[in-house]
Design a protein around this ligand. Structure first.
Ligand SMILES: NC(=O)C1=CN([C@@H]2O[C@H](COP(=O)(O)OP(=O)(O)OC[C@H]3O[C@@H](n4cnc5c(N)ncnc54)[C@H](OP(=O)(O)O)[C@@H]3O)[C@@H](O)[C@H]2O)C=CC1
Ligand SMILES: O=C(O)C1=N[C@H](C(=O)O)C[C@H](O)C1
Length: 245
C-alpha cells in the first residue's frame, strides 16, 4: 500500500518505521518546510493519507486530502469541533475518514472498560469521578484528546454527570479533567472514582509511541479502498464484540 504522511514529527516518523516493517511504501512526507508539495496531484500517488500535525492545521489538511478523494486516517487532537465537517466532506467526496483521539489498542480497550465502570456507578452515587492525564511538555492541546474521549464515555453512561470541565472547582454534575505536562511522558490517563470509604482507579500508561503508530497503520490498512466514516472500534472489531450485550 502507498501511504502519504502529512506531519512528519514524532508520530510521522514512528508511523513511517512501522508502515515500512509491514511492507508499505511511504510515497509522500509533508512537514512545514515542504508544504508546497502538499498538492492534490501528489496525493493521487497515495492509497491513504495518515495525518498527524497539530490542532491549528489539522482541519485544513484533512479537507485538502478528502477533497482530493484520498482516504484519511487522522490522529491530530484538539480540533474536535471540526470533525463533523470532515465526516461530511468524506461522504461528499466518496472517500473514507477515520479519526481517533488515540490509536493504541490498549487505550481502545481502556475506553470500553471506562464505559462499563461508568455504567456500574449509576447505582453507587457515593462515588465522584475525575480524569487525569499526563503528557510531554511539547504537547500543544490540553486536555488531551484521549482524556476528552474518556470523559465523553463517562457522560454517555453515568447519568449524574452532565459535562466535563478543566476547572478544579467543579460542580457535582461535572467531570473534572486535570492535565499535567512533564518532560518525555508519552501519555498516561487515569480515571479515578473516590468515596469516603475507598477509591477505584483505572490507569493506562503508554511506555512509548509504538502503540499509537501501530494502531494508525492498522487503521490505514482498514480504510484503504473504502468509503465512509469509521472509528477504531471498526478496525479492532469491537462493534461486533459488543453487539447485543
Ligand atoms: N491519536 C493518537 O493516537 C495520537 C495523537 N497525537 C497527536 O498527533 C499530533 C502530532 O503529534 P506529534 O507527532 O507528537 O507532533 P510533532 O510536533 O512532533 O509533529 C508535528 C508535525 O506536523 C508538521 N506540521 C506542522 N504544521 C504543518 C502544516 N501546516 N502542514 C504540514 N505539516 C505540518 C510539523 O512539521 P515541522 O516540524 O516542519 O513544523 C511536524 O512534522 C498532535 O495533535 C498529537 O496530539 C499524538 C500521539 C498519538
Ligand atoms: O500529543 C501526544 O503525544 C498524544 N496525544 C493524544 C491525545 O491528545 O490524547 C494521544 C496520546 O495520548 C499522545
Amino acid at each position: 500500500m502507498n501511504i502519504a504522511l502529512v506531519g512528519y514529527g514524532k508520530m510521522g516518523k514512528a508511523i513511517e518505521r512501522i508502515a515500512q516493517e509491514r511492507g508499505h511504501d511511504i510515497v509522500l512526507k509533508i512537514a512545514t518546510a515542504n508544504r508546497h508539495e502538499f498538492t492534490a496531484e501528489n496525493l493521487q500517488r497515495a492509497d491513504v493519507v495518515i495525518e498527524f500535525t497539530n490542532p491549528e492545521v489539522a482541519k485544513e489538511n484533512v479537507e485538502i486530502c478528502l477533497k482530493a478523494g484520498v482516504p484519511v486516517v487522522c490522529g491530530s487532537t484538539g480540533w474536535n469541533e471540526g470533525l463533523s465537517h470532515a465526516e461530511y466532506t468524506a461522504v461528499e467526496n466518496k472517500t473514507a475518514f477515520l479519526w481517533a483521539s488515540n490509536f493504541s489498542v490498549g487505550v481502545n480497550l481502556f475506553f470500553e472498560l471506562n464505559k462499563q465502570l461508568a455504567r456500574l456507578m449509576n447505582d453507587h452515587g457515593e462515588y465522584n469521578v475525575n480524569v487525569e492525564e499526563t503528557h510531554h511538555t511539547q504537547k500543544k492541546d490540553a486536555p488531551s484528546g484521549t482524556a476528552i474521549t474518556i470523559a465523553e464515555g463517562i457522560l454517555d453512561h453515568l447519568e449524574r454527570k452532565t459535562r466535563w470541565t478543566k476547572e478544579t472547582e467543579e460542580k457535582p454534575e461535572d467531570i473534572a479533567i486535570v492535565a499535567h505536562r512533564i518532560e518525555n511522558i508519552p501519555g498516561t490517563h487515569v480515571v479515578k472514582y473516590t468515596s469516603d470509604i475507598d477509591d477505584i482507579e483505572i490507569t493506562h500508561t503508554a511506555h512509548n509511541r509504538e502503540g499509537f503508530a501501530k494502531g494508525a497503520v492498522l487503521a490505514a490498512e482498514f480504510v484503504a479502498g473504502k468509503q465512509g466514516v469509521f472509528t477504531m472500534k471498526d478496525v479492532l472489531g469491537l462493534n461486533r464484540m459488543f453487539e447485543g450485550k
